[in-house]
Ligand binder design. Sequence first.
Ligand code: SF4
Ligand code: SF4
Length: 392
Amino acid sequence: MSEHSPFKTAASFIFLIVLVLGLSTISNRIWGGKPEAAAKSKELVLEAGMTIARFGQVNELPNPVLKEIFGLKDKADLQKELKAYGSTEQIASMVKGKLALAAEHANKNWIKIPVKFGLWFVFLISVFLLMGKRKVTPGLRNGTLLASILLFGVVLGADPSPMGTVKDAIHLYATSHVIFPPRMIALAVFLAIVFLANKYICAWGCQAGTLQDLLFRINRTDKAKAVIGRQIKLPFALTNTVRCVFLLLFTIIAFSSGFDIIDPIDPFKIFKPAYLGLIGGIFVGVLLLAGLFIYRPWCHLFCPFGLAGWLMEKTSRVRISVDYETCIACGKCAAACPSTVMGAILKRDKKTIPDCFACYTCREVCPTDSIRFSTRKRTLPPAGHFEKGTNQ
Ligand code: SF4
Ligand code: SF4
């Protein structure tokens, strides 16, 4: 059997999915009970004339929770009437917000989260040093992607994730009008990574991103050809429009009805198989299958962090650039790039550069070593440089 055969690709695809589902199920059991998604808040029973004690009784809120919500100083304060705190609408909104924050806090695994962030830093810096020094062969890349999937997805679970920081922040604000500060810190950290080194967190650290990346690569020969079917590079104008419309739809629905349209189809739930329902299972299955032919379909078409990261990427300090002094305009980098980004970088007239996932594929194929992932300024190619014979 040849090194790349349709049978081997199909078997690797099935093996990887089964491995992730099976090991994630075991990992979830070991980490135990916390679903890490806050429970839905129930409707409050609230009448203006109620005392705080009565309000707590009918809504099954224990005294420490009431103390926290209303800032009570002693037990006697429990006899205060609710109307001292504003209208019923104001009180309902305040209580809902504080309960939502308490639920967020209670549902997080505060051991796992700092461990995961610590490991993310160590891992990303190691990958940066490793990839910077060595020729990034497909084997090295695939092994690194697999290590990331197993560590950050299977062992450490679906949460937190770069996507969750954007999606859950919007949804929580839409439903409870509050902001959960730890999530904002996490989002700032992820965006800071993008500011420093392009989409490095998406490229090498995101659970769903690395899984899609590896699946795409198992259907690829070293010459960047598809083993099964054909690889499709969707135009960025199309993918980004879909991504913007999807985020807009998500936001409108979250604010108008409180429904989270991403939750039932969330691909990160592949690392939380017990929460992946029938619709989610079908959607994620189709998405991952499509990922054999389209590079990172979730990232390009749906992911809210993908969009935020793409905007932030415009300010990245370290990024892919081409040295046109040594570039011989063969176009191999653009042909090998799994998306349309290298093609856009090479075109003088392209103002919109799509998401670059810092995958190093372009650098790997360049015959003159003209591509760098560094702080070198990205310049335009000289006029006429690519007029003949590019493969973009
Ligand atoms: S764009 Fe892709 S890699 Fe980045 S957070 Fe979203 S799913 Fe993960
Ligand atoms: S091949 Fe190069 S330009 Fe294309 S996504 Fe990877 S690093 Fe970015």
